[in-house]
Design a protein around this ligand. Structure first.
Ligand code: SF4
Ligand code: SF4
Ligand SMILES: [Zn+2]
Length: 134
């Protein structure tokens, strides 16, 4: 996972396990490095463009007075239901243990046991060898 620290989005998403980041074609560079050619849904993301986020020194939503706002709670619910991960849990972990510890934990959690590649949370399999964890 290159530039792992830069791949942690303000909402708590680890862009390194996103299918748009992992795929070969039309690769997304991650939330913090988006350029205008990236997917409209990400460029226009309400969380990424949130005014309140600009006041958060850490660059993460957990520092916001409105945290966790409705938008973030909705996103979290969708990901907990569909993709076996939680933005809010991620943010709490980062707040408590720091970004580096979180990156380490994520590396291990999404590492393919067969080839060492990365499992996509959206697809549930390794983008390098296709292995699907049991
Ligand atoms: S599509 Fe969104 S979640 Fe995926 S890598 Fe790009 S910014 Fe991150
Ligand atoms: S938690 Fe705060 S900074 Fe994050 S999206 Fe909600 S209002 Fe914006
Ligand atoms: Zn693999």
């Amino acid at each position: 996972m290159p530039d792992a620290l830069e791949l942690m989005a303000p909402c708590g998403m680890n862009c390194g396990i996103c299918m748009a980041y992992l795929r070969d074609k039309k690769k997304c560079p991650g939330c913090r490095k988006l350029d205008p050619t990236a997917a409209v849904s990400c460029v226009r993301c309400i969380i990424r463009n949130c005014e309140a986020l600009k006041a958060c020194q850490s660059g993460f939503c957990y520092e916001c007075a409105k945290y966790p706002c409705l938008r973030l709670r909705q996103l979290d619910k969708r990901y907990r239901t569909k993709y076996m991960m939680s933005m809010l849990e991620n943010l709490e972990y980062i707040r408590e243990h720091g970004l580096s510890a979180f990156v380490e934990k994520e590396r291990e959690r999404w590492r393919c046991r067969k080839c060492g590649g990365v499992i996509s949370c959206h697809r549930g399999y390794c983008f390098t060898c296709g292995e699907r964890p049991a």
